[in-house]
Ligand binder design. Structure first.
Ligand SMILES: [Zn+2]
Length: 438
């Protein structure tokens, strides 16, 4: 690379490979979401990028360095380097960056060797307008400026990386994932009542506010503005506290093993149902005599979604089952919630009482069992489920692992592969008959 000029296409391919590796964290399945392009990652760290090298520019720089070393030796290498110089000269371009120092009018914007100017009449008021006025004002770079201080914070590199992603607004919280067409249902995993944005998770969530010890953390500011103020303050104490709080919340949110910790938190602050903090069953268990158990699951197919509901008695014997389509639903939490609402309506219609509903959808179960009002898009369905459950009488909702919900899962899957829609009494449908006693 320090001797030969790499073709631009190869430089581009190398950058794409490196970008893919960076966003997939080096895993075997290199298909992570690319939150920023390589050119944005190549911005210096002090300006909000990661300071990675642009391969072509790096290649040219190395060639120029060789140029200085080799002096006037007229070898093949020398000629190769001279070619590099020519490319450098002809390919020189201006980096726009935030666009503050680049004027819109009167600059040679076109890569045309004869006439590189745009011939459009200039409006007098816009004569001195800069490119920054054309850029998206949402870019957090324009709000957050304390990059150098951020990278010097005395915290582990992974924590600095988390802060960088927050300030660049590229943290994979649910709302950001949805903007990338990745549908993970539900709101905030810590309180399950709001949309999960970075600002909510780190500052507005009730769990975050308890860690901060304040009722209002942001005081009307955007998260990047709030971070900028704290990191720019003269001492690093508050910035380190912020880093610690952010890291604890992010780790907790990502760590499935501490889901119990969150449930215990909910048990203290907002949840009354004791079943949520008891150990979660891994295999299907019989209900007590006089109580029926209904297992429900939903499945999403390419163009449709379906659900299955299977009711068994205290001996584990089959009672009734139903499965049907849910229409075009892409969001797993929405599908699970609609499935439970459909199942409750069905149970009410056939006149069963004293029933335990089991689902492997944790977010629905938490929302159903919480005393707080759910303001998320699932809230209105949960409210309808409460209303139907009151009409049925003595309904409880429990979260179980997928292994304990297997029969309902198989029935839900069958709605996609076969025309198996309907309800069954006394004898189960063939697709689940071998899994049940009847
Ligand atoms: Zn929350």
């Amino acid at each position: 690379m320090s001797v030969y000029l790499l073709p631009l296409q190869i430089c581009d391919s190398i950058e794409k490979l490196m970008n893919r590796f960076w966003w997939s964290s080096g895993g075997e399945r290199q298909n992570g979401i690319h939150w920023l392009s390589w050119s944005r990652l190549s911005i210096p760290k002090k300006c909000g990028g990661m300071g990675f090298k642009k391969i072509h520019e790096f290649n040219i720089a190395l060639l120029a360095k060789q140029d200085a070393k080799l002096g006037g030796n007229p070898s093949y290498i020398w000629r190769s380097i001279l070619a590099g110089q020519h490319v450098l000269k002809s390919g020189v371009a201006r980096t726009i960056g935030d666009g503050v120092g680049s004027k819109i009018w009167g600059w040679p914007w076109l890569a045309d060797p004869v006439d590189s100017n745009l011939h459009t009449a200039c409006i007098e008021e816009l004569k001195d307008a800069t490119v920054s006025g054309l850029l998206d004002a949402d870019d957090s770079q324009l709000v957050f400026t304390a990059w150098e201080r951020l990278w010097k914070l005395p915290v582990p590199p992974k924590v600095r990386n988390l802060l960088w992603r927050c300030a660049r607004n590229i943290l994979p919280v649910r709302v950001a994932l949805q903007s990338k067409r990745v549908w993970i249902g539900g709101g905030c995993p810590l309180c399950s009542h709001m949309e999960e944005t970075a600002a909510h998770l780190f500052c507005e969530c009730e769990v975050a506010r308890h860690l901060w010890g304040e009722g209002d953390v942001l005081h009307g500011r955007a998260l990047s503005e709030f971070m900028d103020t704290i990191i720019s303050s003269p001492t690093a104490d508050r910035a380190m506290l912020m880093a610690a709080i952010f890291w604890v919340l992010w780790s907790t949110r990502n760590e499935w093993k501490v889901q119990r910790l969150i449930e215990n938190w909910k048990a203290v602050y907002c949840v009354s149902n004791a079943s949520l903090i008891s150990p979660m069953p891994t295999a299907w268990t019989c209900p007590t005599p006089g109580v029926l158990k209904c297992n429900i699951d939903a499945t999403i197919f390419d163009n449709d979604a379906g659900y299955g509901a299977v009711v068994c008695d205290y001996l584990g014997l089959f009672v009734v089952a139903k499965c049907d389509q849910l229409g075009f639903v892409r969001d797993p939490l929405l599908a699970e919630s609609l499935a439970i609402k459909e199942a409750l309506t069905w149970i009410k219609d056939i006149g069963h009482h004293n029933i335990i509903l089991e689902s492997d959808c944790l977010n629905f179960c938490l929302s159903f069992n919480s005393r707080s009002i759910d303001f998320s898009y699932i809230g209105s369905i949960v409210k309808q489920c409460h209303s139907i459950a009151r009409n049925i009488g003595n309904v409880s909702v429990r979260h179980v692992q997928r292994s304990a919900n297997h029969v309902a899962h198989v029935l839900a899957r069958a709605t996609g592969s076969l025309c198996v829609w309907g309800s069954w009494d006394s004898f189960p449908p063939d697709c689940i008959a071998s899994l049940l006693s009847f």
